[in-house]
Design a binder for this molecule. Structure first.
Ligand SMILES: [Mg+2]
Length: 236
């Protein structure tokens, strides 16, 4: 029996976010782009800037209903955060969007450190694995290209499901496919409001994956790397 938080129900499944949890932004590529635009940003600088933007949110692009409308707002904010001028930040965002659409892996294409071995170790304990991702219909293929797809019994992509996190229905879609109750599942993601509070809203425990230490004051469960999950779910 694997203890599971305060809920007293044995853990049966672990569900994951993808963007910046299993597959991280390609910070090397983005740092190269930033340098081409005149900002002296290292890959880690871009990662920390990205984490700060994700924590505080970013401006919505108005009067723009393209499926990728968030790119100017999100990557524009990251560009400003690493010191680009507003005009160069928009150029940074436009190049990031082109790269995301050009490469079938997208731009969230760097597998998280120790992702494959951690997933295998969790599965070896008899737990089911699933994915719940706010994505554009490509997430299952991107997991396959990263060599991670085979670990998961279910992959839910919001574009296909027609509902996004933090709506509890998208979490329940994955749990239903696994025949696992929310109280017996754990969700892991990098966005506090969307992933952790979304999981709570669906009746699940949530763990915040805070790779860059953007949430130092949050009292909830927080990991800095995926391997820390193995301590969380290790049987007694
Ligand atoms: Mg994410």
């Amino acid at each position: 029996m694997i203890p599971h938080g305060d809920r007293g129900k044995p853990l049966q499944a672990v569900l994951f976010d993808v963007g910046n949890t299993l597959l991280h932004l390609d910070y090397e590529w983005l740092a190269g782009l930033a340098q081409a635009l005149g900002a002296g940003a290292s890959p880690d600088d871009v990662g920390r800037a990205d984490a700060r933007v994700r924590r505080r949110g970013w401006p919505e692009a108005e009067e723009d209903d393209r499926p990728t409308a968030f790119f100017p707002g999100y990557f524009g904010a990251v560009g400003m955060e690493i010191g680009l001028s507003p005009a160069d930040a928009l150029a940074f965002a436009a190049s990031a969007e082109r790269e995301h659409l050009r490469d079938q892996r997208g731009i969230w294409r760097s597998a998280a450190p120790h992702a494959a071995e951690t997933l295998q170790a969790i599965a070896a304990q008899g737990l089911r694995l699933g994915v719940v991702s706010n994505s554009d219909g490509r997430v299952e293929g991107q997991l396959a290209l990263a060599g991670l797809r085979a670990s998961f019994s279910v992959v839910i992509d919001s574009h296909i499901a027609g509902v996004e996190k933090p709506d509890p229905r998208i979490f329940h879609a994955a749990l239903g496919a696994l025949s696992v109750a929310p109280q017996a599942a754990l969700y892991v993601g990098d966005l506090w409001a969307v992933d952790v509070l979304g999981a709570h809203g669906a009746g699940m425990d949530g763990v915040l994956y805070d790779r860059w230490g953007a949430y130092p004051e949050i009292g909830a469960e927080r990991i800095r790397g995926l391997r820390e999950l193995l301590l969380r779910i290790r049987p007694d």
